[in-house]
Design a protein around this ligand. Structure first.
Ligand SMILES: [Zn+2]
Length: 670
């Protein structure tokens, strides 16, 4: 390669890899597979070796990618010990080289440990006196985001270690936060209902969840943790495996799948075993980590700028197969999004026969220049559904036909639309297109919407029998109709009707979310309900009035105007109103923010940083009751400045807990 060619290729690769790092670590939305990324990185490494004069100072080959978020979102703290990444290989033969390098670096005998490489997001936990003190993401390796309040929501991470189990006063332990497949499926299912972009794979879902601003949401995400690297001033044991055994005794989650090996052959057979066996695990893994077990040898080997010399990762190559693309189906989802699905000549891949694969959208088909009749590569990575990665151009024949993306909805025939900033095509016929009608009901009955005791199968049947077409039809269902449903008996009918009846009390903001106006999520629904107070006011609002609400953009405003502009919608809402559903904020004129204080009576006394009226409103907004005087029924007294001494002594006498404003505010935050 000529010098100037090398220079421009290095510049190009560096820029591309930086962009992919950003997609991966910050946006949680990678465009390319890990394998493709590693190939680019390898190419850059080789070029930098041949032309060191062109290597950039902050080259992706020496800098670990950064997951740091904006400073307003998370506080940042430096890592006590830098958090590096591991060197990796897809070539089992290179493990021999790794072992030889270690032999050269030490005279002492050593063993190698093999562990599963969990496909999640790295975390560093600090424990002080047995209590979880801080949790940091890897960040840029030197500084990490403080995600402690989110990590506290993950059940497998102990807040307090097992008493008396002899843990050091202070130590760090690192590991991986990951999302098991079942939690991942559940999350993506919900995201599709909420019209949010589903996560590409469990790893992105885990790192996205760890960076949520609301810890309560983190709790619902089903995250898990596994820890694999203990760091403290004085080692607690001479080897890595023994240290992890200790950590386990202290109550920390440590993977049971590891092995201490004496030879590289043993390492290889561990890898071979897990390359197939891992497919049975309920979570994603992407390789095996091999480490020198003896901590003293680890210390003497030390680190390069980017990774430790005493560890490496063998990464499983995603299995790939080439097969013929027979045809493309266009599926219409519940949100009206049209997804192309490839029908393939059946091919064996990762132990299963693959016949269908996702093609995502029209842009991707164009980008990959896919034709019907082409041979394409199908890959199964961490994702559940296999995907087409590229055309096998060497096998292209003459019988290929260009892909023509349909202009009309394959179900209802309506011309499709494509938003400029979205890659997907949509069927705009939300009220008449059958998959969308069903989707509308499934969204309506959801737990965060009307919370009606029924599932997708019930909706499918009710719709199939022609009992429901508009949301208000649900409230017209009769016992006789319901008894015609598959396996439904008196009891299931009674349960369903009772839950329908209860749904009439669901607060206004949730109803607003439930009726499924496009782009209205849970939070936006709350804001809009709070602003306009009644459904009628929203229906009558002008575009400008809607845009005046914070966080409401043009797209949403248009969607609201469009929704209420349709007489059918107004009729359905009129019917729902007649059935007694909540069409305005409750009498107090305040909406409920949380149920943290539900069942509690709280008395306030003294002055606060906010007005006493605001304080009362805050208590009510979190479902608490404001008490006028201290009694046996009082749950807490919130004492401000210049708090009445008689109230204080009465609280003491009755054993009512007195808390300060700050403590109270913290309570609401958790
Ligand atoms: Zn349609």
């Amino acid at each position: 390669m000529k010098k100037n060619e090398a220079k421009s290729r290095i510049e190009h690769l560096s820029a591309e890899l930086k962009r992919h790092n950003h997609n991966y670590y910050v946006l949680n939305s990678p465009e390319i597979t890990d394998f493709q990324y590693d190939l680019l990185l390898l190419e850059l490494q080789e070029l930098e070796k041949m032309f060191p004069e062109f290597a950039q100072k902050d080259s992706p080959t020496v800098n670990v990618g950064s997951d740091l978020s904006a400073k307003e979102q998370f506080e940042q703290f430096p890592h006590k010990y830098p958090m590096l990444s591991l060197s990796n290989t897809y070539n089992i033969g290179e493990l021999e080289d790794f072992s030889n390098r270690i032999s050269k670096g030490t005279d002492r005998p050593f063993t190698l440990t093999c562990e599963l490489k969990f496909d999640g997001t790295a975390i560093c936990l600090t424990y002080k006196k047995g209590k979880l003190f801080r949790a940091l993401t890897r960040g840029d390796g030197t500084v990490g985001d403080d995600v402690t309040r989110n990590v506290l929501q993950i059940p497998s991470i102990p807040k307090q270690l097992v008493e008396g189990s002899n843990f050091p006063d202070e130590f760090e332990i690192r590991g991986e936060i990951y999302m098991p497949y079942n939690a991942f499926d559940k999350l993506n299912y919900q995201r599709e209902l909420d019209e949010e972009q589903p996560f590409a794979n469990p790893r992105n879902a885990a790192s996205g969840s760890l960076k949520l601003q609301d810890p309560k949401q983190v709790k619902d995400r089903g995250l898990e943790c596994t820890l694999y690297h203990l760091l403290c001033e004085e080692p607690v044991a001479p080897t890595h495996t023994q240290s992890l055994e200790k950590a386990k005794e202290w109550g920390l989650p440590v993977s049971e799948h590891f092995k201490e090996c004496n030879t590289v052959e043993e390492v290889e057979s561990f890898i071979t075993f897990w390359d197939t066996e891992r497919k049975k695990l309920p979570f994603a893994t992407d390789g095996i980590v091999v480490k020198v077990n003896q901590l003293a040898i680890q210390t003497s080997l030390g680190y390069t700028a980017k990774s430790p010399r005493w560890a490496t990762a063998y990464k499983f190559k995603p299995e790939e197969a080439s097969t013929k693309l027979l045809s493309i189906d266009y599926q219409v989802g519940r949100t009206g999004a049209v997804t192309p699905v490839a029908n393939l000549e059946p091919v064996q891949l990762s132990g299963t026969k693959v016949k269908r694969a996702s093609l995502h959208n029209a842009d991707q088909i164009k980008l990959m220049d896919i034709h019907i009749g082409d041979y394409v590569f199908v890959e199964k990575g961490g994702e559940i559904i296999p995907k087409i990665t590229r055309v096998d151009i060497n096998r292209r024949g003459f019988d290929i036909v260009p892909v023509e993306f349909p202009q009309n909805c394959p179900v209802c025939g309506t011309p499709l639309v494509k938003d400029e900033d979205e890659a997907k095509h949509f069927c705009p016929n939300r009220d008449e297109c059958p998959p969308q009608i069903k989707g509308k009901f499934i969204h309506f009955i959801g737990r965060k919407a009307m919370d009606i005791n029924a599932g997708e199968a019930t909706i499918e049947q009710l719709y199939g029998k022609g009992y429901i077409k508009q949301l208000s039809d649900l409230y017209k269902l009769t016992e006789v109709q319901l008894l015609t449903l598959d396996k439904w008996k008196d009891k299931s009918v009674a349960n369903f009707l009772k839950s329908l009846e209860e749904s009439k009390k669901v607060p206004f903001h949730r109803l607003l979310f439930a009726i499924g106006i496009r782009h209205i999520g849970e939070t936006t629904a709350k804001n809009i309900a709070q602003h306009f107070k009644t459904m009628d006011a929203i229906a009558a609002a002008t575009r400008e009035e809607i845009l005046a609400i914070e966080e409401v953009g043009e797209k949403l405003a248009d969607s609201i105007i469009g929704y209420f502009g349709k007489p059918e919608h107004l009729r359905v809402i009129g019917e729902l109103k007649e059935y007694g559903l909540q069409m305005e904020l409750d009498n107090t004129g305040k909406s409920i923010e949380s149920e943290i204080l539900k069942g509690m009576t709280i008395v306030i006394s003294g002055n606060f940083t906010i007005s006493r009226d605001d304080m009362k409103a805050l208590i009510e907004a979190h479902s608490g009751k404001v008490g006028s005087s201290i009694s046996g029924n009082t749950t807490y007294m919130v004492a401000g400045e210049k708090c009445g001494p008689s109230k204080l002594s009465k609280a003491e006498k009755l054993g009512v807990k007195v808390i300060g404003e700050e403590e109270f505010m913290n309570m609401l935050k958790n």
